[in-house]
Design a protein around this ligand. Structure first.
Ligand SMILES: [Fe+2]
Length: 286
């Protein structure tokens, strides 16, 4: 890898504070690094199974498509769901081999909002085969967290300001009753045995990530012209008004999510189409 530290636009946004943090995990790095490419765990782990960790809107099934960046620099996903009178569109990205920028965790689809930027920039770093750590920044600014739910005093060494991310914030029993990412990742064991898994369509992003790591070029520096959704040179989030449907209805959620492809696409494409491939999601991910 190039010796130069990559500097993304998200590191230099005006009025944006970057609060550093790190969290240790007693498991293989890959099962932690896969998390951002699996947005469906937000529906079940973070919402339906354990009640709403963040807000109930996370429980609506989204339409998700995963996209390889040009030159296989990484993957970004587009994630669109309908909630109340809004279409909620999010993107997230992983740059090979271990850098990720998910959108902000405390976004609520309760108002129109366009292009709030990332919530976290992070590297998942192996310590050895069965331990790793996340090193990253939590983002804070006046436009990101309108609900005031973020708390920078809770971001630092082995801590971050949303639940279920460390093994030290709660008792073992509490973690088992209301599991979060920490329990899901560590609960897979020291090293996940892939041969015993049955990946489904919702695991498409995980499968693409593994394939790119296995066969791709994970140790090259990110090419300067790597394609990424425009203007979202990193993850973003947007909501626009749209006719209502009933939340938590499997049928309506699926149908409305499918119908939300166009609004979700337009939110990004209208900003500035960059190429014929643009940020148009594929009709089916593979
Ligand atoms: Fe999560």
């Amino acid at each position: 890898m190039s010796g130069a530290m990559p500097v993304f636009d998200t590191f230099e946004l005006p009025g944006n504070d970057l609060v550093p943090y790190s969290i240790d995990y007693p498991c293989n790095w890959l099962q932690v690094a896969e998390n951002p490419m699996d947005p469906f765990h937000s529906v079940f782990l973070h919402t339906r199974v354990t009640r709403a960790h963040f807000n109930p809107a996370w429980g609506a099934l989204p339409v998700v498509d995963w996209h390889k960046m040009e030159n296989e620099a990484g993957i970004y996903l587009t994630n669109t769901r309908r909630w109340g009178e809004y279409v909620w569109a999010r993107t997230a990205e992983v740059i090979m081999p271990n850098f990720a920028q998910p959108p902000d965790i405390y976004q609520d689809p309760d108002r129109e909002k366009f292009f709030p930027r990332v919530g976290i920039s992070k590297w998942t770093v192996p310590t050895d085969n069965t331990s790793c750590k996340i090193i990253g920044w939590r983002h804070f600014n006046d436009t990101l967290d309108l609900g005031g739910k973020g708390d920078r005093s809770k971001v630092g060494l082995d801590k971050i300001d949303f639940m279920g991310q460390t093994g030290s914030e709660r008792s073992y029993e509490e973690g088992q009753h209301v599991p979060g990412d920490d329990e899901a990742q560590i609960g897979q064991g020291p090293i996940t045995i892939h041969a015993g898994e049955m990946l489904g369509r919702t695991d498409t992003g995980v499968a693409i990530l593994r394939r790119m790591l296995r066969h791709g070029r994970p140790c090259r520096a990110m090419p300067k012209d790597a394609f990424r959704p425009w203007p979202a040179t990193s993850s973003c989030d947007a909501r626009s008004r749209t006719p209502t449907t009933s939340p938590y209805s499997e049928r309506s959620a699926g149908a409305s999510a499918r119908s939300s492809r166009r609004p979700g696409r337009c939110l990004m494409a209208n900003a500035r189409p960059r190429s014929s491939g643009g940020c148009v999601p594929r009709s089916a991910s593979g």
